[in-house]
Design a protein around this ligand. Structure first.
Ligand SMILES: [Zn+2]
Length: 687
């Protein structure tokens, strides 16, 4: 349930920081011929010596943390991460087969098999060194004046699929009319994962920036620049990125959709950046004559214009060269891969070891050809029976929410009616898309790893931009089927559960309802509740940004949400860093609302039956342990620091302990005494 609200999804960058990371030690690394089974409630993962009323997270997860140390190539380790690693090992075997046995492959199988083969051919990749970057670097070198920037930028952005080159340009649904897809011009241009990394003043942040600059300099060194020039160039990059960071909204500000919605025509866009020829940019991007844009952050574009005017041509070239090398690093020789890992893995997230090549290659196939790979996965690991059962559970949770909404005392009948309308309009997408993406026009060669990656980025960029002005495809997914995750999309008003997240130990068809409703039921409730969290509630049943609340009901909601914000603000993540509970507000609301719904749905599902105690635990206790056991995790301190700035989810410990303190059902299930740490006097409750 590291699930997320999907509000603005910029193009996938082929950058290691964006690829899901997952894996233990080298000795256990071999392809799997079938997915291993871990029960949905694992008694051995508990710490029965811990007191559930004092620290429920330790009670449910203590054993797991002891027997699952963080693998050397991971920044964190979790039940979700471990399952993702198993999925990857399973797919490794399949990809290996498709790479070697070339007879009788379908068109899609040829693409993923050959992509994997080319990626695994380390000797060829090593031999080509930095050469694959040459065409892009030559184009930058040949820039004669800033007038050449728009066309060059369009080409580089498309080919890298990266929002790291000054800004992001993508398609998305119009917030005011969700049936329309329009162009989104977003903020971007940074190498570090968030603007806050550039603006924070504490010693650790300053040290991290110094190390980042040193990394940028070493990357220039790998491009052949002498050391003193490389150091100067890195300083230029830092200066440009810092100015862009300061002009960008914070992650918390970006949770307010009104702050991100500024629709304008071509004239308005040009007025923001008079020094930039948008006609040339759009023409080169294959979008001539476009006249509707959402400029998500106008102030950012004003700053861009100032930069483009004031920067010397040589500095612009320096900045572009860095971002081209940065985006390309994972696809180049070990000198680039290791340097990239040294900062973005080791320094930033505290990871000791680079992931094995097979794992990086499986992740890249997923990132670039995810639905073709997903088709293979679904065929083997997600039966129609599994789909039927998880869909039934989804419908039960929705029914529980329907009942609950109708009974809410703090909400007027008028708003209740609108909320019910929205709930009933939510589309359930379970496992995988009804129609698989057609990669037909994407050419994948067996001996051209870098070329494959570039063509795949180009294919994806073009696919996304081609949606502008066309009817909305409501069947589309923005997550691949093997992903161990789920999401709610406020513009689509749909909930999406990838097949990868509906596997044991998360959803366990061999288990009874209690742990399954606690675990997967809680996730389903979580995603549904996102439609009604502080962010999601601002969109209507059709996905339009539209206020359907009476003023009084909105006030009531905000008061209840504030209770959660105040509660989570007390929790410490690492050292002196506390949860930024304005950033995690939506997730924390969804966690609580989700489990309240799962409980009600479970009670309805098992009404009349008499669920039995097992392993010495009552059904109610097993419901809560089942819930907690999705969240077992350990993190390296560097990972916690980075996530404190970037992750909208609270750490696992608080997603469990911070939640159960708000549920009287928990207090009763474990007969906790008043005053125990897991019993809160003034409980929060939104939904
Ligand atoms: Zn979420």
């Amino acid at each position: 349930m590291s699930a997320r609200t999907h509000l603005l999804l910029l193009a996938l960058a082929a950058c290691p920081g964006l690829l899901a990371a997952q894996t233990p030690t080298r000795s256990t690394e071999a392809p799997l011929t079938s997915l291993p089974y871990t029960p949905g409630l694992d008694v051995s993962a508990m710490d029965k010596f811990a007191d559930p009323c004092v620290d429920f997270y330790r009670f449910a997860c203590g054993g797991w943390m002891k027997s699952n140390p963080i693998p050397p190539d991971e920044s964190r380790w979790s039940v979700y991460g471990k399952l993702a690693w198993e999925n990857q090992r399973f797919l490794w075997g399949i990809l290996d087969g498709l790479a070697n046995g070339t007879a009788g492959r379908s068109a899609a199988q040829q693409k993923i098999g050959d992509y994997f083969a080319a990626c695994m051919d380390e000797a060829a990749v090593e031999k080509s060194g930095a050469r694959p970057l040459k065409p892009a670097l030559d184009r930058i070198f040949r820039m004669k004046s800033k007038r050449d920037l728009p066309a060059l930028l369009a080409r580089l952005q498309l080919a890298t699929g990266s929002g790291g080159l000054f800004f992001g340009f993508d398609s998305n649904q119009d917030y005011a009319d969700a049936t329309q897809v329009i162009a989104f011009a977003g903020a971007g241009g940074l190498g570090l994962p968030d603007r806050d990394f550039y603006t924070k003043d504490d010693d650790k942040s300053k040290e991290l920036r110094a190390r980042y600059a040193a990394h940028v300099a070493r990357m220039f060194g790998l491009l052949g620049d002498p050391p003193d020039a490389a150091t100067r160039e890195a300083a230029t990059v830092m200066e440009i990125e810092t100015r862009l960071a300061r002009a960008s909204l914070t992650r918390t500000e970006r949770r307010d959709p009104y702050k991100l919605f500024h629709k304008t025509d071509a004239r308005g866009l040009k007025a923001l950046t008079p020094g930039f020829d948008w006609d040339v940019y759009l023409e080169t991007a294959g979008l001539p004559g476009l006249n509707t844009f959402n400029v998500t952050e106008p102030d950012f574009y004003r700053e861009l214009d100032r930069q483009w005017r004031s920067l010397a041509l040589a500095d612009i070239k320096t900045y572009l060269r860095w971002h081209v090398a940065h985006a390309g690093a994972p696809f180049l020789s070990s000198a680039f891969v290791n340097e990239d890992f040294d900062f973005f893995g080791r320094t930033l997230y505290g990871v000791p070891e680079l992931r094995s090549r097979w794992k990086r290659c499986v992740a890249l196939v997923d990132a670039q050809l995810g639905e073709a790979l997903g088709e293979e996965y679904v065929r083997r690991a997600f039966s129609p029976e599994l789909k039927r059962r998880t869909l039934h559970m989804t419908e039960q949770i929705e029914r529980a929410m329907d009942d609950d909404l109708g009974r809410l005392e703090w909400m007027s009948a008028a708003t209740q009616q609108k909320a019910l309308e929205k709930l009933r309009a939510i589309v359930n997408k379970i496992g995988y898309p009804d129609k698989w993406r057609d990669y037909g026009s994407l050419e994948v060669g067996r001996n051209d790893f870098f070329g494959n990656a570039e063509r795949a980025s180009l294919f994806e960029s073009r696919r996304r931009l081609a949606k502008i002005g066309k009817p909305l495809d409501r069947g589309e997914w923005s997550m691949t089927p093997l992903t161990v995750n789920a999401y709610y999309d406020a513009h689509m008003n749909d909930i999406n559960f990838a097949a990868g997240v509906l596997q044991p130990p998360l959803y366990d068809p061999k288990m009874d309802d209690a742990p399954n409703y606690g675990n997967t039921g809680g996730t389903i409730g979580h995603e549904l509740t996102h439609g009604f969290d502080d962010e999601g509630r601002q969109f209507d049943a059709q996905g339009n940004l539209k206020d359907w609340w009476t003023e009084k009901d909105a006030r009531e909601f905000n008061g209840r949400a504030q209770c959660i914000v105040d509660q989570y603000a007390q929790y410490t993540i690492v050292d002196d860093i506390r949860i930024n509970s304005r950033l995690t507000e939506g997730e924390d609301i969804a966690d609580l609302g989700g489990l309240v719904l799962a409980w009600a749905a479970w009670k309805a599902e098992t009404a009349g039956a008499k669920p039995e105690s097992r392993d010495g635990f009552t059904p109610e206790q097993r419901f809560f342990v089942g819930y907690a056991q999705w969240a077992c995790e350990s993190n390296r301190p560097e990972d916690l620091r980075a996530r404190a700035l970037t992750d909208a989810h609270s750490p696992g410990k608080y997603r469990v302990n911070g939640l159960v303190v708000n549920m009287p059902e928990f207090e009763r299930a474990f007969s906790c005494k008043a005053g125990a740490p897991m019993v809160r006097e003034n409980r929060c409750r939104v939904w």
